[in-house]
Ligand binder design. Sequence first.
Ligand code: IPD
Ligand code: CA
Ligand code: CA
Length: 263
Amino acid sequence: MNEAIDLRELALEAGRLVSSEIKLHAGQTIERNTKSSPTDIVTDIDAWAEEKITDFLTTKRPKDEIVGEEGTAIKGTSGVKWIIDPIDGTTNFFYGLPGYTVSIGVAVDEEIIAGVIMNPFSQEEYAAALNEGATCNGSPITVNTPRELSQSLLSTGFSYLPKKRENQGKVLVEVLPNVRDIRRSGSAAYDLSCVASGKVDAYFEYGLNIWDIAAGLILVKEAGGKVSDLEGNFPSGDFVIAASPSIHTHLLNLLQTLSADEV
Ligand code: IPD
Ligand code: CA
Ligand code: CA
């Protein structure tokens, strides 16, 4: 087996350690803290899941670097870096809505080469490894190939910071007349799994972090999609556009015109 496949399998094992337990607490847990703003919730289960995944990975691969949304920052020497969002879509999880995911990406020398996005509610396991394609529960998935942006279903998300949201609202007003419709799931990782599996045609969002998107970026790429930031470069976290290659340039141009990364 190659390294990317080995790492993908380990990511799946790690995600499975927490997935069922997370589902048991959906809609049943209390707010522990807030993060970027008073509306940005964290629960005990977010912290528990990150610790469980991290403990597993450090036992299996003690020389790897690990970063996680809930504060994990373990230095490594192997060149392998794990990027974890233990629950992406915590607001959905807190309210008991279905769209929350466990997202684990793996980079080697800063290139993302494997990723898994697990949906505890639907029990879907999305997985990808570099040059090995993307799958959902083991079956291959591909992005859609819409002919035009005007006939495309898009998803997006909003920052927890009121000022950023204000601009995101303005951008959306301009995007809406140019597309079929818009969805807002509440989990960036889930949104990326939807692009990869053709449940939406494209996704864009401003104000993200690398743990929201690391696994999703390789998933979309391996499913035949194109990912970029607002400059057209590979996303580093803050801005992501993920789409079928047939509409990516059109969407990128539209979002550039709208200055979609203004605060
Ligand atoms: C959030 C979700 C949401 C996105 C926010 C993220 P969290 O992550 O991915 O869809 O719009 O920007 O912060 O806080 O639920 O892990
Ligand atoms: Ca997140
Ligand atoms: Ca999270």
